[in-house]
Design a protein around this ligand. Structure first.
Ligand SMILES: *[C@@H]1O[C@H](CO)[C@@H](O)[C@H](O)[C@H]1NC(C)=O
Ligand SMILES: *[C@@H]1O[C@H](CO)[C@@H](O)[C@H](O)[C@H]1NC(C)=O
Ligand SMILES: *[C@@H]1O[C@H](CO)[C@@H](O)[C@H](O)[C@H]1NC(C)=O
Length: 299
């Protein structure tokens, strides 16, 4: 009797399919309006809320892959939104550091929008005790792996990957705190700047991913005019997913990865397309993917 009950409980537990979903959005570059409408399109914020509230359930994470600042007029406003989300969802909202945040921390203001570059703006980045500087130094990270997928602003080459993600984050944090901007992790071949992996360097991608025991890599930084771009998957089984769609140039896009396998590509122009990264199959919509899975179960 008791055994039967346990069996029934086990069976019902197996039926609860607990999926993990990771949303990722690339470079926003001071464009508040485009950023908000992208988050709206991906259904991660409460419509009309001000400041915009995240609506993540406990199995959902949002990763912003860096470059909130520069070019557009609302860089600081986007940085403060990130701080607000981090404060309220420290375990579900991940802010990666981009090279444009780094430049502002170095007081390189040449990409700051003329209208935004006020004395107040300069003083925030010149003041090590400002809440914005403390946030950038202390609460952003360089890279993280969720469900076998590695997220980083520009790309992670093997020479850095061998350190492991924890060590990369810790070393960078220490370098930023001590203003050691010559640290090797902050150089042009480092995770905030390199474009090597965005140039279809599939061998280098595989080598780096193997070093951290991850399957795929998601990066921003290198703009993809035709929207989210998946490279290397067919050749190697490892994908690099390039998500800088140029949101601040009016090309809204982002992704959601379910269980490290189903890649949902959001695009204003093309709607949502789903790729099965394991089966290397593309579905025209979420409904097609679900129907395909159901048919498989029936066979
Ligand atoms: C996410 O988790 C909740 C329980 O917290 C569950 O009800 C829901 O089905 C899950 N979502 C997915 C897509 O699995
Ligand atoms: C730096 O920022 C802190 C915290 O906001 C503030 O108390 C302090 O006055 C600022 N210092 C300068 C020189 O602006
Ligand atoms: C730095 O980050 C840690 C962990 O997120 C936090 O506990 C600590 O309060 C932060 N320090 C400052 C000065 O914000």
């Amino acid at each position: 009797m008791r055994l039967a009950l346990i069996v029934i409980l086990l069976i019902s537990a197996l039926h609860i399919c607990y999926s993990k979903e990771v949303f990722a959005v690339g470079d926003l570059h001071g464009d508040w309006k485009a950023a908000i409408s992208t988050f709206d399109m991906m259904n991660v914020i409460e419509k009309g809320s001000n400041p915009p509230k995240l609506t993540l359930s406990e199995n959902q994470t949002l990763v912003q892959t860096g470059d909130l600042l520069d070019r557009g007029r609302n860089g600081l406003q986007l940085l403060r939104l990130s701080m607000y989300w981090h404060k309220h969802h420290p375990d579900q909202f991940v802010q990666l550091l981009g090279n444009h945040e780094l430049m502002n921390m170095q007081r390189i203001f040449e990409y700051v929008n003329d209208e935004e570059l006020t004395p107040e703006y300069r003083s925030i980045f010149r003041n090590s005790s400002s809440s914005e500087m403390i946030y950038l130094e202390n609460d952003t990270i360089i890279t993280t792996i969720i469900d076998d997928v590695l997220y980083v602003h520009a790309g992670l080459l093997h020479e850095y990957a061998i350190l492991g993600t924890e060590e990369i984050n810790q070393q960078t944090k220490a370098a930023l705190k001590s203003k050691n901007f010559r640290h090797s992790l902050l150089r042009s071949s480092g995770p905030l700047w390199t474009r090597k992996l965005a140039m279809k360097s599939c061998k280098a991608l595989t080598k780096a991913l193997k070093a951290v025991n991850a399957k795929h890599m998601v990066v921003g930084h290198t703009i993809q005019k035709d929207g989210v771009n998946i490279q290397c998957l067919d050749e190697t089984g490892h994908a690099i997913i390039l998500i800088d769609t140029g949101i601040s140039f009016g090309n809204k896009g982002g992704i959601k990865i379910v269980d490290g396998r189903y890649l949902h590509v959001y695009s204003e122009k093309k709607g949502t397309v789903v790729h099965d990264l394991e089966a290397k199959k593309t579905f025209e919509s979420v409904v097609d993917r679900v129907e395909s899975a159901q048919n498989r179960d029936e066979l």
